[in-house]
Design a protein around this ligand. Structure first.
Ligand code: PEP
Ligand code: MG
Length: 576
């Protein structure tokens, strides 16, 4: 019998699905997820060597930062890093870690995380604010050493089977390193519906909730019921709640079964207008689901996700292998390959980016690639090579205006010339597209359209940048609203422009994957949507329930509304 008192945590549902399982809390002492396993006697030396290598790299990196700070800012500020260098080689830390690896026969990452956690706690427990502050330095150094250790190993981190992972944060680069096959659901303390980690969870079909201080409110082993739609987490659920959710779970699975009947229906509105339904994918293996759910093609391949688990940027050959394999899986359908959208919360460990105060307003997407043209050249050369035999197009993220498109087209042209000179085949008419996801691009859409063959409307970033509301922030959830009148007006204007020019436009942000928004998007003129493979059938079902006339009537009413609340009311009554 359940003797513990039920506790309800109200979070934000970011990936739908209902599950029941036992919590597995990853401590926040270093906010990095570390693998934990036992090692054999014979493996001890290798673990100690790994530790030493990590210390050397951490020292070197800190040394470089320290010098930079000294010249750019001043000697006093550089002292912070001098102190951190001393911490890396602190005899107490090094001896304790080495000793525990030998005596406890555990992997170095787990031992470092535990020792750093203990040291940080010791500093925090001293009743002196100055000493307490040292805890942050210890955590910082611990994180750095762990990152150095992690970059030496590319083994996926495996969790116990059938758990609900509770963790402070999941960045896309961490997520890419995890083997989530045994994970039933994920709870994070940070993030929002449109954060990249949430997008990944939805594409993996893993229910997820963002809940403040979750790692403090939930303990490993607690029985949880998690509802990824409403964002509710029941800790030690009562018998009544268990019974109620068992029914919800049943209904959820029954609905999934019912959805299968839509597999062979055309993606058409009730009055017979065909809507193109494409798939968003983050790794080539997602294409299997896209084929299974009968996507019309790949509307968005987020190439950056797949390359986090590497130690350097891929070579032309590595790029080619992945794209050709994907194109073969999808043939005869088209594949739109988006070049790396790196920056903000998506930075591979092997790519050093200067720390910025506002990373989502910092160097990212096409602007970043134009500053690092060799990274772009390699990728474009690979896409061109693959275009010789396959239906692929290239898409550029984070376009702010005409200048970026002109810049990337010049590089594309140079890569074409290089391939010509080398006698390597490619499709000279490969289609190029721009993502419209910055307000400036939405304003300049007419001019951008003259430079490209197609557009992709990224509602996730468009919402973030129009409203000045961080898509990854749990604090901004009430402000980050894709149905804000300003966002909807921008969407309408961009779609109208593309259609007037006769150029294809696909809506590819999370809004397109929300069945409750499908009617509105169709009413705003969208005729092509790109969504996570797992929601393709739900979107098709929603499409088949709307008529163009009703959708346009709804969109016209919505465009006259002044607030999110007014729009919500209109959408609610349309659904009813
Ligand atoms: C978007 O911004 O809507 C988009 C599709 O791109 P991403 O989510 O990868 O930033
Ligand atoms: Mg985007």
């Amino acid at each position: 019998m359940n003797t513990k008192r039920q506790k309800l945590i109200k979070g934000i549902g970011v990936s739908s699905g209902i599950v029941r399982g036992s919590a597995f809390v990853v401590g926040d002492e270093v906010s990095l997820i570390v693998p934990r396993y036992e090692i054999e006697e014979t493996e001890i030396v290798a673990e100690l060597e790994k530790f030493e290598r990590a210390l050397v790299v951490a020292e070197e990196t800190l040394g470089t930062i320290c010098e930079e700070v000294r010249t750019k800012i001043g000697p006093r500020e550089a002292e912070i890093f001098e102190a951190q260098i001393m911490l890396v080689r602190d005899p107490g830390f090094v001896t304790e870690v080495s000793g525990k690896i030998k005596s406890e026969k555990r992997n170095v990452e787990a031992v470092v995380a535990d020792v750093v956690g203990r040291f940080a706690q010791m500093f925090r427990d001293v009743n002196d604010p100055l000493i307490q502050e040292r805890a942050n330095d210890v955590r910082d150094v611990g994180r750095r050493v762990l990152a150095c250790l992690q970059s030496q190993s590319f083994e996926p981190l495996v969790f116990p089977d059938k758990i609900i992972l509770v963790t402070p944060d999941l960045t896309p680069s961490t997520t890419a390193r995890l083997d989530l096959s045994g994970v039933l659901a994920v709870v994070t303390e940070l993030g929002g519906k449109a954060s990249h980690a949430a997008i990944l969870m939805r594409s993996l079909g893993i229910p997820a909730v963002v809940a403040k201080k979750a790692t403090h409110r939930i303990q490993s082993g607690d029985l949880l019921i998690l509802d990824g739609m409403s964002g509710k987490i029941f800790v030690h659920p009562s018998a009544t709640v268990i019974a109620k959710y068992a029914q919800f779970e049943k209904d959820f699975h029954l609905d999934k079964k019912l959805l299968k009947t839509y597999l062979d229906c055309p993606a058409q509105t009730q009055d017979g207008v065909t809507i193109e339904l494409l798939a968003n994918i983050g790794k080539p293996s997602d294409a299997k689901a896209a084929v299974h759910f009968k996507a019309d093609g790949i509307g968005l391949f987020r190439t950056e996700f797949g390359f986090f688990v590497c130690d350097q940027f891929p070579t032309v050959e590595e790029h080619c292998e992945i794209y050709a394999h994907l194109a073969v899986t999808m043939q005869p359908r088209d594949v739109i390959i988006r070049v790396f959208d790196i920056g903000s919360d998506k930075v591979p460990e092997y790519f050093q980016l200067a720390k910025e105060a506002n990373p989502s307003l910092g160097l990212r997407g096409t602007r970043l690639l134009l500053r690092n043209p060799e990274v772009l050249r390699t990728q474009l050369s690979a896409i061109l090579r693959v275009s010789a035999d396959h239906h692929v197009s290239v898409l550029f993220p984070g376009i702010a205006g005409v200048e970026e498109i002109v810049g990337v087209k010049a590089i594309l042209e140079e890569e074409r010339n290089n391939l010509n000179l080398a006698g390597i085949a490619f499709n000279p008419d490969i289609k190029i597209g721009a993502m419209i996801e910055l307000p400036s691009a939405a304003i300049m859409v007419e001019q951008i359209l003259h430079e490209v063959d197609f557009l992709s409307l990224g509602t996730n970033d468009l919402t973030q940048y129009i409203l000045g509301a961080d898509r990854s922030s749990a604090e901004m959830v009430d402000h980050y609203r894709s149905i804000h009148p300003a966002v909807l007006k921008a969407i309408k204007q961009v779609i109208d422009c593309a259609r007037a020019e006769g150029k294809p436009i696909t809506v590819c942000g999370a809004m397109a994957g929300n069945p409750a928004r499908v009617g509105l998007l169709v009413g705003l003129g969208a005729r092509s949507l790109s969504v996570a493979p797992g929601v393709l059938l739900e979107i098709k079902r929603a499409l088949r329930k709307v008529t163009i006339a009703d959708a346009e009537k709804l969109a016209n009413a919505v465009l006259k509304a002044r607030t999110v609340q007014e729009i919500e009311a209109l959408l609610d009554s349309a659904i009813k």
